[in-house]
Design a protein around this ligand. Structure first.
Ligand code: UDP
Length: 372
């Protein structure tokens, strides 16, 4: 065999595993269907701005091993995510914190805020949490749910909050402090030079072939390698024989503007139901408006994000980990477990709504098991 491992997909999972395998002397080939590495964390330099082509990615983790591992390949800046919510022109601080409660109700102390939420929760009369709406009202009350969650979530997931699992909203912190750091994470930031550079550094010295579709050339690839690490969609691998897993997709409307500042923040969420996009990302603020040499960037790029229904053949973004799809995934997982010498990993391979650090942790864990 020419290779010990064929890694299908040059995203974060594939790149981390390939690095670990190459470091213990394995012969690795990485193939990628797209014309570039880095999967959905790909960033492209435009006018000195690291443009997050497949949507904004903000690295955050509490996992020391993951943080230390990545820091061997790139330095991170100290960007802290503090999105702003715009509800019909009224702006609120996110995640839900004392600034939000103050703006919403005029309350000043944590006790007042808690009382307000308790009152609203009591009048909503929720005894048992079965969906996202009930979960959200229990956490922050009806007003915040109506103005900051309901419309945004419905736009993002294309279905009402009453039909969505409650865990989605639990991703967001609720704080009774004046702290608008979006993530409850010790380590946080954006790779200096962009995510593409991080993946490039991970893949240093490893053979990578772009514009190659594994599934279309399966037989020829299978006979040049001992083992395969497949990070594409698990249902596509099995030719959708149990049915197609569902995703949410995102469409971006990008504009390069000849002004230095469009919205004064990296992310502004439009939380009303009528604005057709969910949020606007202004990419330059992920690097504080400066390029890699520390110069102020004179222009700006904004991306309006439209969440969309996913159809077979579209770019899959968010796995919909509801009961129906999780069951279907279980079916595919059973088939995958029967395969010999092929492993499935990453957001698409494991059909999981993963954050980046979870992807890295999962790749490192797999590498430890597989390579030791
Ligand atoms: N969310 C919301 N209003 C906001 C931001 C988020 O209701 O302004 C909800 C929404 O349901 C979303 C969930 O919180 O799906 C998780 O948000 P997060 O920012 O983690 O989503 P991501 O884009 O990272 O998947």
């Amino acid at each position: 065999m020419k290779y010990d491992y064929l890694v299908v997909g040059a995203g974060l999972f594939g790149a981390v595993f390939a690095r670990r395998a190459a470091d213990v002397g394995k012969k690795v080939l990485v193939i990628e269907k797209r014309s570039h590495i880095a999967g959905n964390i790909y960033t492209e330099k435009i006018e000195g701005i690291d443009f997050h082509k497949y949507g904004a990615h903000i690295f955050h983790t509490n996992n020391e091993l993951v943080w230390e591992f990545l820091n061997k390949y790139i330095k991170f800046n100290c960007f802290i995510n503090s999105p702003v919510a715009n509800y019909n022109g009224e702006v609120f601080s996110l995640p839900f914190n004392m600034y939000t409660f103050n703006k919403m109700w005029g309350v000043v102390t944590p006790q007042e805020a808690m009382r307000k939420i308790e009152e609203q929760k009591a009048s909503a009369n929720i005894s048992n949490i079965t969906n996202l709406e009930e979960q959200a009202i229990s956490l922050v009350g009806v007003d915040i749910y109506e103005k900051l969650i309901k419309g945004y979530t419905q736009k993002q997931w294309g279905r009402p909050c009453t039909e969505l699992p409650s865990f989605i909203i639990k991703r967001l912190p609720v704080r009774f402090t004046f702290d608008n750091n979006y993530f409850n994470a010790v380590y946080q930031g954006i790779p200096i030079g962009g995510y593409t550079k991080l993946v490039e550094n991970l893949l240093q010295g490893i053979e990578v072939k772009l514009n190659v579709d594994y599934l279309e050339n399966k037989e020829s690839f299978d006979c040049i390698t001992d083992k395969i690490v497949y990070t594409g969609s698990i249902d596509a691998f099995f030719n959708y024989k149990l049915g197609a897993l569902e995703y949410r997709s995102v469409r971006f409307e990008n504009e390069l503007l000849d002004i230095p500042n469009f919205q004064g923040n990296a992310a502004v969420n439009y939380t009303d139901i009528n604005t057709p996009y969910t949020r606007i990302i202004e990419h330059k603020w992920f690097t504080f408006g400066k390029d890699e040499c520390g110069n102020e960037i004179p222009k700006t790029i904004i991306s309006k994000e439209y969440s969309s229904e996913w159809h077979l053949g579209d770019e899959p973004y968010y796995p919909i980990n509801d009961e129906k799809n999780n069951m279907l995934y279980k079916g595919y997982k059973k088939l995958a477990d029967k395969e010999t010498n092929i492993y499935f990993g990453g957001r698409l391979g494991e059909y999981k709504y993963f954050d980046m650090d979870q992807v890295v942790a999962s790749a490192l864990q797999f590498a430890d098991l597989e390579l030791n």
